[in-house]
Design a protein around this ligand. Structure first.
Ligand code: ZN
Ligand code: ZN
Length: 340
């Protein structure tokens, strides 16, 4: 397929700096949208179809899939680690040596080869960059709110980390009528962006979990029902936990380093029924949820275009990572139509 837009996600950075083990050499990128050019035997997708890419081609047959948990598909997760496609074999090479796929997609490219099960068609009036974001950040953030947490109108929400995923959680919480919605980040630019998107309160990260949590509890009238942790930092996870009210839950979305641990005060878990929920890919089912997300966008009910803070040509991917490390941009998108 030909790629038109590819979002730059923190997981790509984790692969570069070694936070997440990744088979190398690899072409990174896992948040893309484009047009099908050619299909293999038995594939029903027509060339010319616009598709957003899912990085979770669930097998439909393993115990997790049978339980309705396709985002936890045991066989897809295993094959993803191999760096090949679903048969374990890479389709990319350089000078005859294999180059591995990242999350089946390798979307930092003009063209890529992906499993048909990763392709979700979308309508022509949705911009490629919006569709691309639906494939990771938006599915992850909104899904954590709607699917993992099952947040209901009037419940109190806090979001730690206002990048593409955290900001999608803010939009998801606002869409279902959460109130208040408290955004927490270390960067003032991101707090301003969260406020512009509709967050009812913003709290700067104080550098300390306890004092930041106190600010969130004060802003939310005594603690939140759901505190979404979208940074992967253990100290933010502790702050999220401490920000919850009785029966509240800290929802862990951010990917922490493999060797990290979290230490939490134990007593409030039984005494306050405080809970911890894990969330991967927003507990999403791409073939059901991506079209629904993009339909809400088309109707003006989910302003996903406002998550894009910068567009760069594919050749400037290093600048995109620099912007991410710098921490000011919500989402940088590589736009294959921007001239280098
Ligand atoms: Zn991602
Ligand atoms: Zn499966």
């Amino acid at each position: 397929m030909r790629l038109h837009a590819s979002g730059v996600c923190h997981s790509d950075l984790n692969a570069i700096d070694g936070t997440a083990a990744t088979r190398c050499p690899a072409v990174l990128g896992h948040e893309g949208a484009g047009v099908v050019e050619q299909v293999g035997e038995g594939v029903a997708l027509a060339p010319g179809t616009r598709v957003v890419l899912s990085w979770m081609p669930a097998c439909g047959a393993c115990p997790e899939c049978v339980r309705g948990l396709g985002h936890l598909c045991a066989s897809a997760w295993r094959e993803m680690e191999s760096g090949g496609l679903l048969d374990g074999r890479p389709r990319l090479s350089r000078d005859g040596a294999p180059v591995y796929h990242y999350s089946f997609l390798s979307a930092f490219a003009d063209r890529t080869v992906v499993p048909a099960a990763c392709c979700i068609p979308f309508p022509a009036d949705v911009p490629f960059e919006v569709a691309a974001l639906a494939g990771c950040a938006v599915a992850t953030g909104t899904g954590a709110v709607w699917r993992t947490a099952g947040e209901r109108p009037g419940e109190r929400v806090a979001v730690f980390g206002c990048g593409g995923v955290g900001m999608s959680a803010v939009l998801g919480a606002l869409a279902t009528g959460a109130d208040p919605v408290v955004a927490v980040d270390v960067a003032p630019e991101k707090l301003a962006a969260a406020e512009a998107l509709g967050a009812t309160h913003v709290v700067p990260w104080t550098g300390d979990a306890q004092t930041t949590a106190e600010l969130v509890r004060a802003a939310s009238g005594g603690g939140v029902d759901y505190a979404f942790e979208a940074t992967g930092r253990p100290e933010a996870a502790l702050a999220a936990f401490l920000s919850t009210r009785a029966r509240g839950a800290a929802v862990m979305i951010g990917i922490p380093p493999a060797d990290s641990t979290i230490t939490l005060p134990a007593l409030p878990i039984p005494r306050m029924e405080r809970r911890i929920l894990g969330s991967i890919y927003g507990s999403t089912r791409p073939d059901r949820d991506f079209p629904a997300l993009l339909e809400l966008y088309r109707r003006g009910r989910l302003p996903l275009d406002r998550l894009v803070s910068r567009r760069l040509p594919l050749e400037a991917v290093e600048d995109a990572f620099a912007a991410m490390r710098d921490g000011a941009a919500v989402r940088v998108v590589l736009d294959m139509e921007v001239p280098a």
